[in-house]
Design a protein around this ligand. Structure first.
Ligand code: BTN
Length: 259
């Protein structure tokens, strides 16, 4: 089975790679600006957010969409939300209907199932000589039939959500990728270089975990505990701490409750 690609999207599949995001960077330096799906079933040095590593096996979906955008630079981080809602839709397409209520999005772009991480997204932006557009690698790792152990987050896998006998077992990574890249392309167009982030935000909020509840934001130099008040119009998390002070969280890790 091959991956069904949306119009205008290319695919580059590799037997092995250190990291699909690193490969996106190398291709971009050689003049490839996408849209292109970069995919391998054997990723040896996956990069996670905030300097972590992403562990994967043959049963993990590891892919990156290399894409360029003329959007204002301050808008391009919103593409992490675009990928997050695309991945959420894909997971729901494969998961049993009675499991959908357990699948949610944790700011900024983790897909969780009952508090356990099913997929993570790493977005990186590259500077390319003589190119004013933003060139981006939007990488996703999704556990399909494996549950890696990670120091910070407990994990889950898509196969745990699929007991539907009509689905082929094991679920083929190419089948999931076809859905994912299709959903990404749809939401990328909807995003309209940030002019319509409101629509992306609305879908994200409909599936958000922790909104209105107590969370801990772990930032590089401190942790802040408080209430996840809202997501602002640009995707920034607004946190009210116990003293009532408002914090605008633009990067970091979120934990539900106190840690
Ligand atoms: C996270 O920390 O949650 C983000 C994990 C992102 C992992 C994916 S796997 C495919 C792509 N290539 C990488 O090196 N990282 C991303």
């Amino acid at each position: 089975m091959t991956v069904n690609m949306p119009d205008g999207y290319a695919i580059a599949e590799f037997e092995t790679l250190d990291s699909t995001n690193k490969q996106a960077y190398r291709l971009a330096q050689m003049g490839e600006f996408g849209p292109m799906l970069i995919f391998t079933k054997n990723q040896s040095h996956g990069k996670g957010r905030n300097g972590r590593v992403w562990l994967s096996s043959n049963d993990t979906l590891t892919a990156t969409i290399l894409i360029s955008s003329k959007a204002p630079k301050e808008n391009v981080a919103q593409l992490a939300f675009v990928m997050a809602i695309a991945a959420h839709k894909t997971v729901c397409e494969f998961a049993d209907a009675d499991k959908h209520q357990h699948i949610g999005l944790k700011w900024p772009n983790d897909i969780l199932v009952q508090g356990r991480k099913l997929a993570g997204i790493l977005i990186e932006s590259f500077t390319i000589k003589d190119n004013a557009d933003s060139v981006l690698a939007i990488g996703i790792g999704m556990n399909i039939d494996n549950i890696p152990s990670d120091g910070d987050f407990s994990a889950s896998a898509l196969s745990q959500l699929c007991t539907n006998s009509e689905l082929d077992k094991p679920i083929k990574i190419e089948t999931i990728l076809s859905s994912l890249v299709q959903n990404f392309a749809t939401y990328f167009d909807l995003w309209a270089e940030g002019k319509n982030f409101a629509s992306i935000r609305k879908i994200w909020l409909a599936n958000a975990i922790g909104l209105g509840g107590k969370i801990t934001a772990r930032l590089p130099n401190q942790s802040i505990y408080g209430v996840f008040e809202r997501l602002d119009e640009d995707g920034i998390l607004i946190l009210r701490d116990e003293a009532g002070e408002i914090h605008q969280i633009t990067a970091g890790d979120i934990f539900i409750g106190h840690i």
